[in-house]
Design a protein around this ligand. Structure first.
Ligand code: RIB
Ligand code: CA
Length: 314
């Protein structure tokens, strides 16, 4: 079976780096045709540089990286250096990238690539604010019907939010973009914090990853050591959720997820709950079930597969 073609839209971010390495370490199943970057965890110039660093770390400088939108569609950019460090990839000592960014803007790249691809071939995986994809849908609405699926890290319901009591960071940063995508009719699968809080990366797993000895594995473990410093006020153990990697895990092993097709709407009006993904888990509204909601993961096969794939990189 031919590998599934995906575009990864991302704001690296240590957990974004894991998701990208996990995907690039799975060439038999996934063909990363391109990476697009967005302002999110850190400003766009850094997320773009970080994406280049990650493809070079993976030994895949051939994967084109296109810089996209520096800020959300309506609101001002909110960043998360408090989690990811000033560079967005604190923890690893990665060299300045020698690979250049592509000159084509990410939104134009998305529109062109999706319109040129056979209908239903491409999946867009968003790991940060969904600004680029929403802008592409605005620029060329026909991409909606041409996409196979959008698989995103974002949102949450039973766990509430991590940016506010109601909203998860990626959706909170650009709720209008998320509203556009969820309302577009494109098939959506959402790995929210309900799911990612069950994908807890442990120090023991990181030791096993580092012990595999590949440079990618060692640097990924170094990234994680920095990343997991945040959250001691939230999590009772040293384990930390590796949010974005849950998107890659879903593409590779959907069977290890508890999931349910639900109606999901995005709050863009309420000051207290803007960015909330309102999940109709019990189908009480009768609305169209527009989203496959990932609720839980089976961590054992997830982390076994991720270690296997990242350690397969050089
Ligand atoms: O809420 C977690 C999400 O926000 C992850 O994608 C992380 O990288 C940050 O972007
Ligand atoms: Ca991210």
């Amino acid at each position: 079976m031919a590998p599934r073609k995906i575009i990864i839209d991302t704001d690296p971010g240590q957990d974004d780096a894991f998701a990208i390495l996990f995907a690039l370490g799975s060439p038999d199943e996934l063909d990363v045709v391109g990476i697009t970057t967005v302002g999110g965890n850190v400003p766009l110039a850094l997320t773009s540089k970080n994406a280049l660093k990650v493809v070079e770390l993976a030994g895949r400088p051939d994967v084109p990286v296109h810089a996209g939108c520096p800020a959300p569609m309506v609101r001002k950019l909110i960043t998360a250096e408090y989690v990811h460090g000033e560079t967005g990839l604190d923890g690893a000592d990665l060299p300045e990238p020698v690979t250049p960014l592509q000159s084509e803007h990410a939104v134009n790249y998305m529109v062109r690539t999706i319109m040129d691809a056979p209908e239903g071939e491409l999946t867009v995986c968003t790991l940060g604010p969904m600004t680029n994809l929403a802008m592409a849908m605005t620029m060329e609405p026909r991409i909606v019907s041409r996409l196979r699926e959008v698989v995103l890290m974002g949102g949450g319901f039973f766990q509430g939010g991590n940016a506010t009591p109601a909203a998860e960071f990626n959706i909170f940063v650009d709720p209008h973009a998320a509203h556009k995508v969820f309302d577009s009719g494109v098939p959506v699968t959402m790995a929210g914090i309900d799911c990612t809080y069950t994908a807890l990366m442990t120090p023991e797993w990181l030791d096993r990853l580092r012990a595999t000895g590949s440079r990618a594995a060692i640097e990924a473990a170094n990234l994680a050591d920095f990343y997991r410093q945040y959250g001691t006020h939230k999590f009772e153990t040293p384990a930390r959720p590796i949010h974005d990697a849950c998107v890659t895990g879903y593409l590779l092993a959907p069977q290890i997820y508890e999931q349910r097709q639900c109606a999901v709407t995005i709050d863009i009006v309420s000051p207290e709950t803007i960015g909330m993904t309102v999940v109709d888990w019990w189908h009480v509204t009768g609305r169209r079930k527009n989203c496959n909601v990932l609720r839980r993961i089976d961590p054992a096969p997830f982390f076994k597969l991720m270690l296997e794939r990242i350690s397969a990189l050089p």
